[in-house]
Write a protein that binds this ligand. Structure first.
Ligand code: HEC
Length: 130
């Protein structure tokens, strides 16, 4: 009986000890039929430029930079954005709600559409592996 409780406590703690939000979302995307995820595809998506309706070329790297281990700079406000790689900035990709909120907003702004579960999984795999 006691072992069971210990196992349960361990299972509850695990997500907090691993990459947290990133891992949880990957499991969710997989459950939705996406995957396997590929870091190289994620890297290409990160750099892919799409011409907006206004005629300017946009990519994730427009604000976050082409090297996610370095700080980025917001295209319009010029405000600094902390590095996106959790290896450099441990608070990154730790909260599933925050990740999904920004995926929604940034995919729409950058690519003019939402990102698929496959694309989001590839990008998280890329960033988590840096
Ligand atoms: C116009 C500027 C801009 C562009 C372009 C942009 N982002 Fe962001 N992104 C931000 C800002 C601002 C934040 C929130 C501030 C922060 O977390 O430092 C953010 C946060 C995020 C987060 C949440 C990070 C976390 O800590 O959980 C993710 C994930 C993300 N962006 C992914 C993307 C992806 C993928 C693209 C390309 C499809 C993209 N962003 C394009 C500005 C941008």
């Amino acid at each position: 009986m006691k072992t069971r409780y210990i196992l349960l406590a361990g299972a509850l703690l695990l997500p907090a000890l691993s990459h947290g939000g990133g891992e949880e979302l990957l499991a969710r995307y997989s459950a939705a039929g996406a995957g396997p995820f590929d870091a190289e595809r994620g890297r290409q998506a990160w750099l892919a430029e799409v011409t907006s309706g206004k005629g300017d070329a946009r990519s994730c790297s427009s604000c976050h930079g082409s090297d996610p281990k370095q700080a980025g700079r917001h295209l319009r406000t010029r405000k600094a954005i902390k590095p996106m790689a959790p290896s450099v900035e441990p608070a990154r990709l730790s909260d599933p709600k925050k990740i999904e909120k920004w995926f929604l907003r940034n995919c729409k702004w950058t690519w003019g559409r939402t990102c698929s579960a496959q694309e989001k999984g590839d990008i998280l795999t890329y960033l988590n592996g840096l």
